[in-house]
Design a protein around this ligand. Structure first.
Ligand SMILES: C[S@@+](CC[C@H](N)C(=O)[O-])C[C@H]1O[C@@H](n2cnc3c(N)ncnc32)[C@H](O)[C@@H]1O
Length: 290
């Protein structure tokens, strides 16, 4: 059962539980997972801690690499997501589960793990520094840290007039009303927008790591290929766990007639195969505990 906002998003609101959207998102998610795992350089026998594991995207990927003698500790603040990981792990004795916040991993002893991985979790912390200190504490000397985060700071002030990658200029007044909901829940100082790749670099250095490598990627107006998604499914999704779905945001801000005008415009563009353009920045960071 999904009982908290994290679980509701990871298991349901990320893709509206729509099989076609799930298939569409899968390649990017798998690429992020593989990017984190490749940088973690996991070896057979390693103990891996996946912080903010969600449904175990990175954690179960790590499990495939640690071999019969390795272990994976699945960590999350969401008990419901840890239950989902437990269900997926079955009776695999190599898996253990830690219900804790990334900035207080006291359930893990000092120098107890070979690898810490984390994907799209630091963005939700008001202060990332205690989490980096915890990563340094639980890693053994020579242990590796591998992180992926979207850099939402890069999006501030970009892509105005576009929504969901589409040019919606003729209904810009309505788009603006709906986007105001997201701007209000994510002001520039909100944790999810407040940092960039240089902050991540500074924090990993401040935590005493060495061998630091940052892979930053920015994409502006890149054409998305593949079939247009089904609006009926997309409207049930939310861009992250802390904000409303698109249908909730429309309901909160538009009259019935306005909603119809906006949704007709979106449906029409998607049906016509109008270009969808992606603007995104991401960062992978790997580092070694001296
Ligand atoms: C965007 S999801 C990413 C899940 C997973 N890492 C993945 O790659 O699919 C963010 C995850 O961070 C978890 N989370 C949020 N705040 C956290 C915290 N303070 N400590 C640990 N996990 C946290 C949420 O429960 C959720 O599972």
């Amino acid at each position: 059962m999904t009982t908290d906002r994290w679980a509701r998003w990871v298991l349901s609101r990320r893709d509206g539980e729509d099989p076609a959207l799930r298939r569409q998102f899968a390649p990017a998610l798998h690429a992020y997972r593989d990017g984190v795992l490749a940088r973690a350089a996991i070896r057979p026998g390693d103990v891996v801690l996946d912080v903010g594991t969600g449904a175990g995207l990175v954690g179960f990927g790590a499990l495939e690499r640690v071999g019969p003698d390795g272990r994976v500790i699945f960590n999350d603040v969401s008990a419901a997501l840890l239950d989902e990981c437990r269900r997926r792990a079955g009776d695999d004795p190599r898996c253990s589960f830690l219900h804790a916040s990334a900035d207080d991993l006291t359930g893990v002893a000092d120098a107890a793990v070979d690898v810490v991985t984390t994907r799209s979790v630091l963005m939700y912390l008001a202060d990332q520094r205690p989490a980096f200190a915890e990563f340094a504490r639980v890693l053994r000397p020579g242990g590796r840290l591998s992180i992926f985060e979207p850099v939402n700071r890069f999006l501030v002030g970009r892509d105005e007039g576009r929504w969901l990658g589409l040019d919606l200029a003729p209904v810009a007044d309505l788009v603006d009303k709906v986007q105001a909901v997201y701007r209000a829940s994510e002001p520039d100082e909100a944790p999810i927008v407040a940092f960039d790749e240089r902050d991540l670099l500074a924090r990993v250095e401040q935590a005493g790591f060495t061998g630091i490598e940052l892979d930053y990627r920015a994409q502006v107006g890149v054409l998305l290929d593949g079939p247009s998604p089904d609006w009926a499914a997309v409207r049930r999704t939310a861009p992250n766990p802390l904000v409303p779905t698109y249908e909730e945001a429309m309901e909160a801000t538009l009259t019935g007639a306005e909603r119809e005008r906006l949704e007709d415009a979106i449906r029409e563009r998607l049906a016509a195969g109008a270009p969808r353009r992606l603007t995104l920045a991401t960062a992978y960071l790997r580092a070694v505990r001296p």
